[in-house]
Design a protein around this ligand. Structure first.
Ligand SMILES: *[C@@H]1O[C@H](CO)[C@@H](O)[C@H](O)[C@H]1NC(C)=O
Ligand SMILES: *[C@@H]1O[C@H](CO)[C@@H](O)[C@H](O)[C@H]1NC(C)=O
Ligand SMILES: *[C@@H]1O[C@H](CO)[C@@H](O)[C@H](O)[C@H]1NC(C)=O
Ligand SMILES: *[C@@H]1O[C@H](CO)[C@@H](O)[C@H](O)[C@H]1NC(C)=O
Length: 382
């Protein structure tokens, strides 16, 4: 049989056509992040006062607006794409938005809260507010950028918005806020569908304004965190073999299963979107339940805090100081070696734990579809 050159060529073209679109690594020129303290790089600090030292001690060697001793997962994601750490949108001092912006603030929820920060501890910058800020930023940054000069060096190019990676890590506070209002697990579960309606609506809004690549973290095992173990009523029978409070982890998993369904629906509704669902719950739970194997100790104790079984006291948080006879004393102090601790301050993870989590999500083994972070711009139709 004679194989014609033209046949060969067309086979070659077909092969190339099939392989190139999904094999090229993505070059995201920007990241726009939405979330809570798990990914806040300075938003709440800019608006309501800096997260005090010793936060930031390990990597930035100064408070950096992060609720951790160092970098967060979102910082490692930015590093992966050779991008600078994201400036908080709310931070008026020293910010540079050429490669993205961070709309997350600590204490943020998906649903707007009906209480103030001082009443409940939850941020008024809920996901819908973060979206308003993003939407304004997208429009106004382009108007201001045209002025040239320094503005060109502080604001993103127009094409960044369609080529950016849009990252989300939010939901944890929606669940805990119900419990702090003394709701039962059934009452908390009852509003989960509404949370996901609001979440999906925001993803769609961003898509219709040009966003295409979405990277969505599910919510972690909140029942393993000192602030839940210490503050909420838990019976002995509700504690699992690891020491975590099962009802809160079950509600987190319920939220996650509904989030995954919402993502499936979004893929159907948004034909040009590449949406990755990332199971950080499983990574965090395996880190906490097999701490020793991964090089960590005391997985349920806060590194930075004050006393009690979990080294956590809601009235004496990490960085709390008192003045005794004119001398300042740090009551919420850091542990000796944050590098072997998982929990930073009773609520958040240490840099070492964040690095561990990031290393697991990088290759896609905890993602749906199971594609590496660097492929997150490619839609996978199965
Ligand atoms: C706040 O109040 C509105 C109106 O009553 C309600 O629909 C919403 O669910 C409330 N939000 C929260 C977080 O409770
Ligand atoms: C902002 O960051 C970008 C990228 O790192 C840099 O090229 C630019 O010069 C910075 N802008 C200013 C005003 O320093
Ligand atoms: C929840 O219950 C506790 C204990 O009964 C009570 O002290 C607290 O005020 C209640 N909180 C709310 C928001 O109702
Ligand atoms: C503070 O000063 C008073 C008066 O000198 C003294 O009685 C008290 O013990 C001091 N407190 C501490 C904690 O040193």
């Amino acid at each position: 049989m004679e194989l014609h050159f033209s046949t060969l060529l067309s086979v070659l073209i077909t092969v190339l056509h099939l392989s190139t679109p999904s094999s090229a690594e993505c070059t995201f020129p920007a990241i726009f992040n939405f979330g809570d303290s798990n990914s806040d790089t300075g938003g709440l600090s800019a608006a309501f006062g800096q997260a005090p030292p010793p936060s930031g001690e390990t990597y930035f060697h100064t408070p950096s607006g992060r609720y951790s001793d160092g970098r967060l997962v979102i910082d490692f994601i930015a590093e992966t794409f050779g991008l600078p750490y994201l400036s908080a949108y709310l931070d008026a001092v020293g910010s540079n938005f050429t490669h993205g912006a961070n709309f997350a603030t600590a204490g943020s929820t998906i649903r707007p809260q009906n209480t103030s920060l001082s009443q409940s501890g939850f941020s008024p910058i809920s996901l819908n507010v973060q979206y308003y800020q993003y939407s304004e930023f997208q429009k106004r940054s382009q108007v201001v950028r045209k002025r040239g000069g320094v503005f060109e060096k502080l604001l993103p190019r127009e094409e960044c918005f369609s080529r950016a990676l849009y990252t989300f890590d939010i939901g944890q506070n929606d669940l805990t806020s119900g419990y702090f209002m003394n709701m039962t697990t059934d009452e908390v579960k009852a509003y989960v569908p509404e949370l996901l309606n609001q979440f999906s609506a925001i993803v769609k809004d961003i898509y219709f304004e040009g966003g295409r690549s979405f990277w969505i973290h599910n919510t972690g095992p909140v029942g393993c965190l000192p602030y839940i173990l210490d503050r909420l009523l838990i019976t002995a029978g509700q504690i699992d073999r690891v020491g975590c409070a099962s009802p809160f982890n079950e509600v987190a998993q319920y939220f996650n299963s509904r989030l995954k369904e919402a993502v499936f629906q979004l893929r159907k509704d948004l034909p040009l979107a590449a949406i990755t669902y990332v199971d950080v719950y499983s990574i965090k739970y395996s880190l906490i339940s097999q701490a020793k194997k991964h090089g960590f100790v005391n997985p349920l104790r806060a590194c930075c805090g004050h006393g009690g079984k979990y080294n956590y006291n809601r009235h004496i948080g990490c960085g709390t100081k008192i003045r005794v006879n004119g001398t300042q004393i740090l009551l919420g102090s850091s542990c000796k070696d944050p590098a072997v601790m998982i929990n930073w301050d009773g609520v958040h993870f240490t840099e070492a734990a964040n690095k561990f989590i990031f290393d697991q999500i990088l290759d896609g083994s905890f993602s749906d579809p199971p594609i590496p972070l660097k492929m997150a711009c490619h839609r996978q139709d199965r």
